[in-house]
Design a binder for this molecule. Structure first.
Ligand code: VG1
Ligand code: CO
Length: 545
């Protein structure tokens, strides 16, 4: 076998977004496109010779082809060992777990997360560092810069490696170990949660649940952990076989796209007690009770409130963190616990330093992401198991736990309105004009809302003091309400405008109000201030969460 050096030309569109490089499959299938990016990753790193790399993905279309290419480039660049999930499958949190456990130099995760898959869908690639977390902006920027000047890549001439059979094979001097995709992760979960107690809950005959894997990566994880280990009946996991096109669905666990599960949970007393879903790559979660939806922001607050009752967190929490657009529900719990609560820009990479420094134990985002210091990614099944542990302790309906939480801490009414597929130029202009307008909004009255502050959110990392600017336009009102505008960094078609709206309500008599109604005046204001309807030509958002 030989190592080839192939001449190539740079592509100008390889800047990683919120979570890696995401493009249409057809873009990745262009000759040299993936190869260039992988070589650009390796060129931006130093000291990996002879070291271990972890590789796996969410099983979407092009996953296996991409893995074969990555293996050959890794061998040509001098990695000593690559750990690959069987069939090329690793959920994002499992990849993070394996990077940490194996002492790997880093990992490459193939996923476009919740974006649709299949030949006409999306594909993605992300580099994670040795702490198991997404590379920080310093590295993703270096990769991008390198991708703009790359003129050759190195690749071993080798046949395809069979990804089905566990065991070790060799490419050049590099060992390729095909490993069980689930085992390490399942062991980690067992150490964090009281499996006996959860087993008891399933055995009680008084509790049923449904988990929707959405034909994505969590199927095998959920079958093993929920059904085999925890004794849930075999029909607990739905859509549990990973498919390359996710069964034609949109593997995004929210009330719009997880419609199979939502329908099951709306069946009144016939519905299961607990419902949950995860996304394409297994890092997101949605939590449902019978006729009840727990917003991700509330879920983070409730997990924080119960943490010391769960074995893995019995020693207490160092602190918590949430992304800026996430509601302040967790802030109230942190205050009671007397622990710090950090605010970071959108994207899990911003939690890494805080977790590594031991400053925070739990963290989360409004976009259905919750996690802790057990790995360096958000973790869908982890959140589900955390909830199961809480339900096994409290033996109360989800809805009751939620109501009691609001009664104690007040309720942060919260919604996100997404306008997908907006013309990119128009979206940029809208954001630009709004940014210019912000300083003039201070002190202005809009009905009962007086603007206290309006700015373009910028973040200074408390650990390495790096600064990230342009992280979202915020309008903060004196009564504690706020509106945030951001453009998505994960989409592949046009622009997605996200508007986040929040208001705090102490009075329990209002806690059962409908969210969209309660926030109605702010929703209207959000439209007016940025002239959304007028400038996008849309009269309603694509998705409301
Ligand atoms: C979205 C979410 C963000 C999340 C990111 C990756 O980013 O808003 O909170 O971290 O997706 O999640 P954006 O830039 O589109 O708003 V995943 O599950 O797609 O890896
Ligand atoms: Co995801």
């Amino acid at each position: 076998m030989t190592i080839l050096t192939i001449a190539t030309k740079p592509f100008d569109d390889q800047r990683p977004g919120t979570s890696g490089l995401r493009k249409k499959v057809s873009v990745f299938q262009q000759p040299h496109y993936l190869e260039n990016f992988v070589q650009a990753i390796f060129d931006s790193l130093a000291g990996y010779q002879g070291q271990t790399l972890v590789v796996g993905g969410d099983g979407r279309f092009y996953n296996r082809e991409a893995i074969q290419i990555i293996l050959r480039i890794a061998a040509a660049n001098g990695f000593g060992r690559v750990l690959v999930g069987q069939y090329g499958i690793l959920s994002t949190p499992a990849a993070s777990c394996i990077i940490r456990r194996s002492g790997a130099f880093g990992g490459i995760i193939l996923s476009a997360s919740h974006n649709p898959g299949g030949p006409h869908g999306d594909f993605g690639i992300k580099y994670n560092t040795g702490n198991g977390g997404p590379a920080p902006e310093k590295i993703t920027e270096a990769i991008y810069q390198r991708s703009r000047e790359i003129h050759s890549y190195h690749i071993a001439e080798s046949g395809d490696i069979p990804l089905e059979t566990l065991g070790t094979v060799q490419i050049e001097d590099m060992h390729v170990e095909i490993i069980d995709s689930v085992a390490d992760y399942a062991r980690l979960m067992e150490n964090l949660f009281d499996f006996d107690q959860i087993h008891g809950l399933f055995n009680s005959g008084l509790f049923t649940m449904r988990f929707d894997a959405m034909h994505a990566v969590t199927g095998p994880y959920a079958h093993l952990i929920l059904e085999e280990r925890l004794g849930a009946p075999p029909n607990t996991v739905m859509n549990g076989t990973p498919l390359a096109d996710f069964g034609g669905g949109h593997p995004d666990p929210n009330l719009t796209y997880a419609s199979d599960l939502v329908a099951v949970m709306k069946g009144g007393f016939l519905s299961p007690d607990f419902g949950a879903a995860s996304d394409g790559d297994g890092d997101r979660n949605m939590i449902l009770g019978r006729n009840c939806f727990v917003t991700p922001s509330d879920s983070l607050a409730i997990l924080t409130d119960h943490a010391t009752r769960v074995p893995g967190y019995a020693k207490g929490l160092a602190g918590v963190a949430r992304s800026m657009p996430t509601s302040a529900a967790v802030d109230h719990v942190a205050e009671r616990l007397g622990i710090p609560c950090y605010e970071t820009p959108t994207g899990w990479k911003f939690f890494g330093n805080l977790l590594d420094a031991g400053s925070v134990t739990l963290c989360g985002e409004e976009s259905f992401g919750t996690g802790s210091d057990h790995v360096r990614e958000k973790d869908g099944l982890w959140a589900v198991l955390f909830w199961l542990n809480i339900l096994a302790i409290r033996r109360q309906p989800v809805e009751e736990i939620l109501r009691e939480h609001w009664a104690r801490y007040g309720r942060n009414f919260y919604t996100r309105h997404d306008y997908e597929g907006v013309d990119s130029t128009r979206a940029q202009e809208l954001m630009h004009d709004l940014r210019v307008k912000l300083p003039g909004l201070r002190g202005k009255d809009f009905g009962s809302h007086r603007v206290m502050e309006a700015d373009d959110y910028s973040y200074t990392d408390p650990v390495d003091h790096s600064v990230s600017t342009g992280q979202g336009l915020r309008i903060l009102f004196e009564n504690g309400s706020r509106i945030v505008y951001r453009l998505s960094g994960t989409g592949t078609e046009g622009a997605t405008l996200r508007i986040y709206i929040e208001a705090y309500e102490r009075d329990a008599a209002r806690h059962q109000d409908d969210t969209q109604t309660y926030l109605g005046s702010l929703i209207q204001l959000a439209d007016e201030i940025a002239a959304i309807t007028e400038r996008t030509g849309r009269d309603a958002p694509t998705v409301i969460t």
